[in-house]
Design a binder for this molecule. Sequence first.
Ligand code: TXA
Ligand code: MG
Length: 310
Amino acid sequence: MSFLSTSIADAIARLKAGALVALPTETVYGLAADACDEQAVSYVFALKGRPSNNPLIIHVADIALAKRYVQGNDLAEALAAAQWAGALTLVLPKAADCPVALSVSAGGQTLAIRMPSHPLMREVLQGFGGGVAAPSANRSGRISPTQAAHVQEEFPDADLMVLEGGACAVGVESTVVDCTGEAAKVLRAGSVLLDDASQIAAAVTTATVPLASPGMLSSHYAPSLPVRLNVTHVQQGEALLAFGAPLEGSAQMLNLSEAGDVDEAASHLFAMLRALDCPKYRAIAVMPIPEEGVGIAINDRLKRAAADRL
Ligand code: TXA
Ligand code: MG
């Protein structure tokens, strides 16, 4: 049975013993394992049902530890200086003597790494002293969890401690940026925007490369119900995920942000998709979300939620 706990010490002890722990981050809850323990990492893939060719993100408490795992460069250092601790993941070449389990990088030569800002996650990382591999704590292909109870819904039967950290403030997964070339390439949109010149060194140029990350399958983040996007009319029996002033006529309505604020909408997105994903409705109808700020990441996740299932 998965269970909730508020004990940081227990979370650290479990990680040290090679067990999995679900941990809160500022983006979504992660399913964490000691990144250097091949067996612990294998439990992550097994519990999620995650294909072994889809690599995991390593979470670290500080830059010194990041440098043991990956080879930095000017681009990565500028991005990390501007955005860490925070919702930005950097893809970099592995360090020469990298101790991380091979399966974390799916056997590849690069690693994805980030320094999260959530205070509980930081306490766990500092106490643990090493890197933690942590994908979102959902079954593969499903909606990411933004509350501890969502993790329990995903894995009701696992012997899994879930560290209670409240609702995740950001609500969508980190921005993933490939820093292995001259220019930063955004592999996954998130709340950190690289085209905001004030946030990064002037020398850094960016490009968006959709689907260049192994995990960015077209069908992902999928509820059980069909999802209909950019709706201007609600059809009979549909549940409505509203943004701003809601449309009339839905069987049930939840509002991502009455005020039309994309950051507020991101923080509610996954919890509201979960809540509306109920067989008594025909489909989830979603009102248009502006393609600005974290709205870009919201629309990316919604498109995957609406895509034909594999
Ligand atoms: O906000 C987040 O990033 C959350 C929290 C828990 O930190 N984690 C998360 O992990 O979303 P996950 O495993 O659900 O998504 C990781 C994404 C996947 O799309 C994966 O393919 C990509 O990062 N990724 C991981 N390592 C990579 C690498 N070496 N090169 C390219 N993409 C990589
Ligand atoms: Mg995920």
